[in-house]
Ligand binder design. Structure first.
Ligand code: BDR
Ligand code: CA
Length: 314
């Protein structure tokens, strides 16, 4: 019997999305059923091409579905200051080895969930547009969803505006739908992902794997490190997205708090902020499992272990 947790990764690669893909593909405790893409760190064309190139680089062969070009309301706005013009600058990646699925993301998610013999965990690491559209289009499949573990938001301040984190800011209406879906939802926000810092020691551990894949990953992370230094004055870049995958692999990776969370949809200055009621002052029901504190060693052992496993296969 297959005891690995079946997962679908919905992403906008992106440097940290790349490591989320590698972790989900290589860790034996999860089974990556498919990858879907959403515009975010770059245009939909760019991030889909990046997902294909990451799969070529790491020898991953799961189906890839193209998703939403634009958020539920308004137009997409990319983040080239962080991930570069290609949305994955810093190294030459191989060309795709296979085509994207003929099914668009929402239909691919539905098919993979429907056909799986177990309940599936969705891991969104970009704007939540595809996931919200899937939940609205396929209510009959909600019972087949084990959990949604997303990267986004914060218990504290934002990174794209003073109070909004990028993934939630990019499609607040979609985030609102996901958070209020009634499904089991886990949030890995900036408050925890800023504990997942790719320090010099981490880069050296990856380099010491001594594989072509490890060297390419480090080249990409060196680009990411420079933009985090330039834009946020942070010497070590946070690897946000793999945290949402790591939580599915090992719940011990973080201390959690079940709390009421809401998305600000109206605020003239705070649209896209996540309001996390840590002290129960709103009187609202708790609806989201919020990741609070990361076991940093356990996290990097998982991520570096995944790069090692993929390197052995390439
Ligand atoms: C999130 O935004 C993107 O730039 C990253 O890939 C991550 O998903 C962090 O705010
Ligand atoms: Ca992302």
């Amino acid at each position: 019997m297959n005891t690995a947790t079946p997962v679908i990764l919905d992403c906008d690669p992106g440097h940290d999305d790349m490591l989320a893909i590698m972790l989900a593909a290589a860790n034996p405790d999860v089974e990556l059923l498919g990858i879907t893409t959403v515009s975010g760190n770059g245009s939909l064309d760019k991030v889909t091409y990046n997902a294909q190139r990451i799969c070529a680089l790491a020898g991953i062969t799961v189906p890839i579905g193209r998703g939403a070009n634009d958020p539920l309301s308004g137009k997409a706005s990319a983040a080239p200051t962080i991930h570069g013009a290609s949305a994955l600058d810093g190294a030459d990646l191989p060309e795709p080895t296979y085509d994207v699925s003929p099914l668009p993301a929402v239909e691919l998610i539905a098919k993979l969930v429907d056909e799986c013999d177990r309940r599936v965990t969705l891991i969104p690491t970009g704007p939540l547009t595809n996931i919200a559209m899937f939940l609205q289009a396929y209510p009959e499949l909600h019972s087949k969803i084990e959990r949604i573990s997303f990267m986004g938001g914060s218990t504290e301040r934002g990174n794209w505006t003073p109070y909004a984190e990028f993934n939630i800011w990019a499609d607040p209406e979609a985030a609102d739908i996901v958070i209020r879906s009634g499904l089991e939802v886990t949030m890995s926000g900036l408050n925890i992902t800023h504990q997942a810092l790719a320090t010099e020691e981490v880069l050296n551990r990856i380099l010491s794997l001594d594989t072509p894949l490890a060297r390419t990953v480090v080249d990409l992370l060196i680009f990411f490190k420079q933009t985090y230094q330039d834009v946020f004055n942070m010497p070590d870049p946070p690897l946000h997205d793999p945290v949402a995958v790591a939580l599915v692999i090992d719940p011990e990776i973080a201390r959690m708090k079940f709390a009421p969370v809401a998305v600000e949809l109206e605020g003239a200055l705070t649209r896209g902020a996540t309001l996390v009621d840590l002290y129960g002052t709103t009187g609202q029901e708790a609806n989201v499992h919020v990741a609070m504190e990361l076991d940093v060693d356990l996290f990097w052992n998982l991520v570096i272990g995944a790069i090692a496993r993929l390197g052995a296969h390439s």
